[in-house]
Design a protein around this ligand. Structure first.
Ligand SMILES: Cc1ncc(COP(=O)(O)O)c(C=O)c1O
Length: 392
């Protein structure tokens, strides 16, 4: 084994992707050996189909949804696109051009809405957030009231992927529903970190993805509510074999779906215990960073505020006067892996739209790091190698 391979690594980038849980690896490899296309009528096909339907039931039960509401997708980006574009198109029975999205959405929502604006005549309006990254309910109410009948869809994420702010979703859903507007929420960073019960939330479409909860990459789901006037079934993005009740054509990924169902069950079952553990780890990490860098700023809701306001997994820090990219490389060299923002836009040299929306300037945004924890996080039992050892 090379020296590089032996170097201990402290992985602090679970919000980008978290390792697949050992039980899920076992389930995935078991299911990969099962032959059959879930659309075939012979015995192997019927067995594959049964696995898909059982997985649908298990995932729905874990999330507090109905099996018929679960639409399997190729991940969170696809689920977000299906919700935003699909609901927009489904609500054009009479023209409704307005699309309301929070300013801090993941690009999978922001850019889907932007595309509707650029290509389909939608009018996209961004709902502002406060300095903690929490959507302002007064602005949501005002935007809805400006012309509720003209709104096709409102999308507000559950937990922000950069700063970990939990959004006041119950209130957003109530405001929108009382005006006849359907709500989509991106719950990709919520599942496993905060309590998720879709039955009591009542949102019309909810996105999840496997690889943020200990499942594989490339499988996710959009959970849609019952088909009714406010929230008709989303119009499909993909056409072909008519799978997933016509909402998502493509041969079912039996193994991935089974693995997603198990990861979803485990995420819900372990959420309380994991949240308490990660919160403790995150607090001690913050204390240690503060001891070394007293002027470090924690972004997002205050750590001593209500626990329900921030994800226990995401700790986003600004190091005044530092360059986040340089810091990231330095930490990487010392065996600490983290991110300067969302991995999906990493490599693109532009300030985080989330921090800018929170009122930070470009310099602060450029001097920030996201440290994110997950199921395999633990207290370090090793000392970081120089040059970090003097500061950490
Ligand atoms: C909030 C949020 N939504 C959507 C996505 C995209 O999910 P996927 O990587 O499964 O396409 C991510 C991934 O970073 C995310 O954090």
């Amino acid at each position: 084994m090379s020296a590089a391979a032996e170097k201990p690594v402290h992985y602090l980038d679970h919000a980008a992707t978290t390792p697949v849980l050992p039980a899920v690896v076992d389930e995935l490899s078991r299911l990969l050996r099962v032959p059959g296309n879930a659309g075939s009528v012979h015995g192997s096909g019927r067995r594959a189909r049964r696995l898909v339907e059982e997985s649908r039931e298990r995932l729905a039960a874990a999330l507090g949804a109905r099996p018929g509401d679960v639409v399997f997708t190729g991940g969170g980006t696809e689920a977000d696109n299906l919700a935003v574009k699909g609901l927009y198109w489904a609500r054009q029975g009479r023209p409704r051009r307005r699309v309301l999205v929070s300013e801090v959405e993941h690009h999978a929502v922001l850019d889907a809405a932007g595309w509707l604006g650029a290509q389909q005549g939608a009018v996209v309006e961004h709902l502002p957030v406060d300095s903690d990254g929490v959507v302002r309910l007064d602005a949501v109410r005002a935007a809805l009231d400006a012309d509720p009948d003209g709104v096709a869809v409102l999308s507000c994420m559950w937990v922000n992927n950069e700063v970990g702010a939990v959004q006041p979703l119950d209130a957003v859903v109530e405001l929108a529903h009382s005006r006849g507007v359907p709500v989509h929420t991106d719950a990709v960073q919520a599942l496993g970190q905060v309590p998720v019960d879709l039955g009591s939330l009542g949102a019309d479409a909810v996105s999840i993805t496997g690889h943020k909860i200990g499942g594989p990459v490339g499988v996710g789901a959009l959970i849609v509510g019952p088909d009714h006037e406010r929230a008709p079934r989303p119009v499909a993005l993909l056409h072909g074999g008519g799978q997933e009740r016509g909402m998502r054509s493509g041969t079912a990924d039996v193994a991935g779906i089974g693995a997603l169902a198990l990861a979803g069950e485990l995420a819900v079952e372990r959420q309380r215990e994991q949240a308490a553990r990660l919160r403790g780890l995150g607090r001690s990490l913050l204390e240690r960073v503060r001891a070394a860098v007293p002027d470090v700023v924690l972004n997002g809701p205050a750590v001593d505020g209500p626990e329900s306001m921030r994800s226990p997994a995401i700790w986003h820090l600004t190091f005044p006067g530092c360059d986040g990219d340089a810091l990231l490389m330095l930490l990487d060299a010392g065996g600490v892996e983290c991110s300067t923002g969302s991995a999906c836009s990493a490599g693109v040299p532009q300030a985080s739209h989330v921090l800018l929306a929170m009122g930070r300037d470009e310099t602060a945004a450029a001097g920030s790091l996201r440290l994110s924890l997950g199921h395999s996080s633990h207290r370090p039992t090793w000392k970081p190698s120089p040059p970090l050892s003097g500061r950490w």
